[in-house]
Design a protein around this ligand. Structure first.
Ligand code: ADP
Length: 333
């Protein structure tokens, strides 16, 4: 185990916060951090609204009962926010002073890569060890097979798409469904495969509209009239409405419909997988603080814990493999 000897090697009061975009399972992670911290005799504080709460001194003492009955709830009891002031040294200094007043000497930050960058800078400036937990529905962080919230988001998308498929089938329509994913296509890829989509459009791949048109015409010849296109919001086309415009221009007789799933994908009760990985990651985050494995985020790879330095936390870019794309192509024929 790599121990950072430069930093104070014993934390006694820790803070936990959720930052950036919320994701289902964050509550399960908070619960795990609080209860593991208390088990080890630490004092645990909940910091409200991410880094904003550190700056505004909105910090509450957590007890075991504070996290009762939350494991099944979406959102985050600590609330989440984006905080411009934390981007500046002055803001971070204010935040540090509030932690110091309370004696908080370790932090667990549940959020995405942006939140991890903030934690990394903060910890370097003020010598407060920080541990990250990847809470994002996009599953686009390098070094972990799971992020808290992805499984729930994708299952929510599947449930909605299945319902839309019923009506598509009744009317022989082309349905274009837009799912979340500004930079990463995992939600589109997984929900598209799981619902038998004919075409899946993701930010990581360029897709020429003519190839979609040709594929629809070819399917029409084979009397396959029901066609489901799942597009990630960050696809280069500009999303479902733009795809519909382009298709309507080239196939004026096709009945196309658009559905943008939007924020329903962020909410709802977390799935078993999200609750379990959030609990496991939260538990290990506190163990990291106790054993001096500082300034890492906790990932899971090949079913083992993987600890990645916060400064290496980067969005996974363009990593969707050819294997997935072949599967999509062959299964949707
Ligand atoms: P996410 O964590 O979901 O990727 P953001 O990128 O919006 O979300 O980051 C969340 C917050 O983390 C920001 O509002 C800001 O307060 C903080 N943050 C992000 N990047 C930095 C940075 N380079 N330095 C300091 N704080 C940062």
């Amino acid at each position: 185990m790599r121990i950072n000897k430069k930093m104070k090697n014993k934390v006694s009061k820790i803070g936990v916060l959720t930052s950036g975009g919320d994701s289902p399972g964050m509550n399960a992670a908070i619960r795990a951090v609080v209860r593991t911290g208390l088990y080890h005799g630490l004092e645990v504080f909940g910091i409200m609204k991410g880094y904003q709460g550190m700056i505004e001194n909105d910090i509450v003492k957590m007890e075991s009962r504070s996290v009762a009955n939350i494991i099944q709830r979406g959102g985050t009891i600590l609330k989440s926010a984006r905080c411009k002031e934390f981007l500046e040294y002055e803001g971070r200094k204010k935040a540090y002073n509030h932690l110091k007043e309370k004696g908080i000497d370790g932090l667990v930050v549940i959020g995405g890569d942006g939140s991890f960058r903030g934690a990394d800078t903060f910890s370097k400036e003020f010598d407060i060890p920080c541990i990250g937990l990847a809470g994002t529905i996009d599953k686009d962080i390098n070094g972990t097979d799971f992020t808290i919230g992805f499984d729930t988001a994708v299952n929510t998308a599947i449930e909605a798409i299945d319902k839309i498929r019923d009506t598509m089938d009744a009317h022989d329509r082309v349905f274009i469904i837009e799912v979340m994913g500004r930079d990463a296509g995992y939600i589109a890829l997984h929900s598209g495969i799981a619902t038998g989509a004919e075409t899946i459009l993701i930010p990581e791949r360029k897709t020429n509209i003519d190839s979609i048109v040709n594929s629809l015409l070819e399917k029409e010849r084979r009397k396959k009239l029901v066609n489901l296109i799942v597009v990630a919001e960050g696809h280069e086309s500009g999303g479902a409405n733009k795809i519909q415009e382009a298709l309507s221009a080239k196939l004026p007789n096709a009945e196309t419909r658009v559905c943008i799933l939007g924020h329903i994908q962020r909410g709802g009760s977390p799935t078993c997988i999200d609750r379990v990985i959030a609990s496991r990651m939260g538990f290990h985050a506190v163990e990291c603080l106790i054993t001096g494995r500082y300034n890492v985020f906790v990932g899971i790879q090949n079913n083992r814990m993987n600890y990645i330095p916060l400064h290496d936390a980067v969005k996974e870019k363009g990593k969707i493999s050819e294997e997935w794309l072949r599967i999509v192509k062959i299964l949707a024929s």
